[in-house]
Design a protein around this ligand. Structure first.
Ligand code: ZN
Length: 436
């Protein structure tokens, strides 16, 4: 039972229904929940943060990453996707241990806390070790074991067991910040049977199901050659599109496929930086997806293809990409981009009642961004604060990160993790991976 008062915020960007931006706001948190917004009486809390010169906003939500891939940051860049995967990433992944994934997840956690991300969606291996790291970090994670059966029945059987084992692990853990998710990798690595099994499992346990869809032109073309149908049409035909599905990328879609996703209530994780870096060759039809009413969030993808987990950078690049692509500076404004990284991300996770905005009754996932810094000044008023956050701010301006009412970082000092040890250990793990 503890309480925290964040007082004197220069601005509070609530991201509530009316997208209110409040001046000189205070936020009272009790037992991890936002209790009051406005000017609560001072002295009513066990601890206080003086947020003068700072902007409060909901913690950012990264809806697609592979956290432990921070270990591969900078290992292989500037390559074709397939060559990159087959020659560089997959051989290294085959050598991953639980210990390596644990330290990779801690490294990613430290990076997210420093850059204002409070919730993330992960799909990878050695997920029990990743979960252990997330419990320590204090972040909120939707964690999935990455399932790949390569159309092989024996492999499918052991993959189903791995998923069930991880489900039991998360259930026993009983930590409200750690949510179980399904993670069939992609329609080209997973049989229709395991996709259908994953869908049923997700529905039964009310979990999200992450999957990679239509990331590159080559994938879409190969798929069409092999199956005689486009990827989303195929998923529709085998009956696996559902409201639990969170589809990453969705770059190569027709309008018809966007319609199919919308009709089924599928949510989308848009990963503009990764798509640009790997030169997927196209730009995801984000305006069309939003017009169709699809819940879209923003993701970084793994640090091997980004190479950071920086959601401030992702917001800005997302806005610039769509403006440049459509020759239209109005196609995606700052408010819409901030929505994708906050309340939109929460909707994409079906978690909009808990997170994604600063509202009474929601979990206290809040960050403070330092406004009194040369790259943020001047601020003209409440109508420009959101623009300032999307176009001017950098993740280095994040001063304080709070999840579930716990202060994970203040004055850019991470409290929940020992960063020095994590840095040494991850360097050690990387050396082992590269040498062995
Ligand atoms: Zn991915």
């Amino acid at each position: 039972m503890s309480s925290l008062l964040i007082k004197n915020c220069d601005w509070a960007v609530t991201q509530n229904e009316k997208r209110e931006v409040l001046r000189n706001a205070s936020i009272l948190i009790r037992d991890g929940e936002i209790k009051e917004i406005g000017r609560p009486a001072t002295g009513a809390a066990d601890a206080e943060i003086d947020a003068r010169g700072k902007i409060a906003l909901p913690g950012l939500i990264n809806v697609h990453t592979h956290l432990s891939m921070t270990l591969f940051r900078g290992f292989a860049d500037d390559m074709q996707l397939q060559e990159w995967l087959e020659r560089k990433i997959w051989p290294l992944e085959a050598k991953l241990t639980g210990e390596a994934c644990y330290y990779g997840a801690l490294l990613g956690s430290a990076e997210m806390i420093l850059s204002g991300t409070t919730s993330f969606v992960d799909m990878y291996f050695h997920m029990e070790d990743v979960a252990k790291a997330i419990v320590e970090s204090g972040l909120r994670g939707f964690l999935a074991y990455g399932t790949i059966d390569l159309f092989d029945e024996a492999r499918a059987r052991s993959e189903r067991q791995n998923v069930e084992k991880f489900f039991d692990f998360v259930t026993k853990l009983g930590n409200s910040r750690i949510r179980f998710a399904l993670g069939p990798h992609a329609p080209y690595t997973c049989s229709p049977e395991i996709l259908q099994w994953s869908k049923d499992f997700a529905e039964k346990h009310e979990a999200i199901l992450q999957i990679h869809i239509a990331e590159t032109r080559r994938e879409q073309a190969d798929f069409q050659k092999q199956h005689g149908t486009r990827v989303v049409e195929y998923l529709d035909k085998i009956g696996v599109l559902s409201k639990n599905m969170l589809a990453a990328h969705c770059v190569w879609l027709t309008k018809g496929e966007v319609g199919l996703l919308a009709k089924a209530g599928v949510r989308v994780a848009h990963c503009p930086v990764s798509n640009m870096k790997l030169a997927s060759g196209g730009v995801a039809p984000l305006p069309e997806m939003l017009d169709a009413g699809i819940a879209v969030g923003l993701g970084t993808d793994g640090a091997a293809s980004n190479n950071s987990l920086d959601m401030f950078e992702t917001m800005k690049i997302c806005a610039l990409l769509h403006k440049a692509h459509r020759w239209d500076p109005t196609v995606l404004n700052a408010q819409k981009v901030l929505d994708l990284a906050t309340i939109g991300g929460a909707r994409a996770l079906g978690a909009e009642h808990d997170i994604g905005s600063i509202e009474v009754g929601k979990r206290a996932d809040i960050i403070l961004v330092n406004a009194r810094t040369p790259r943020m000044m001047p601020i003209y008023g409440k109508d420009t604060v959101v623009s300032d956050l999307v176009y001017s701010a950098s993740s280095a301006n994040v001063d304080t990160t709070i999840v579930d009412g716990s202060v994970l970082m203040e004055n850019r000092e991470i409290r929940s993790l020992g960063v020095d040890e994590i840095l040494s250990k991850t360097q050690e793990m990387a050396s082992q991976l590269a040498s062995g």
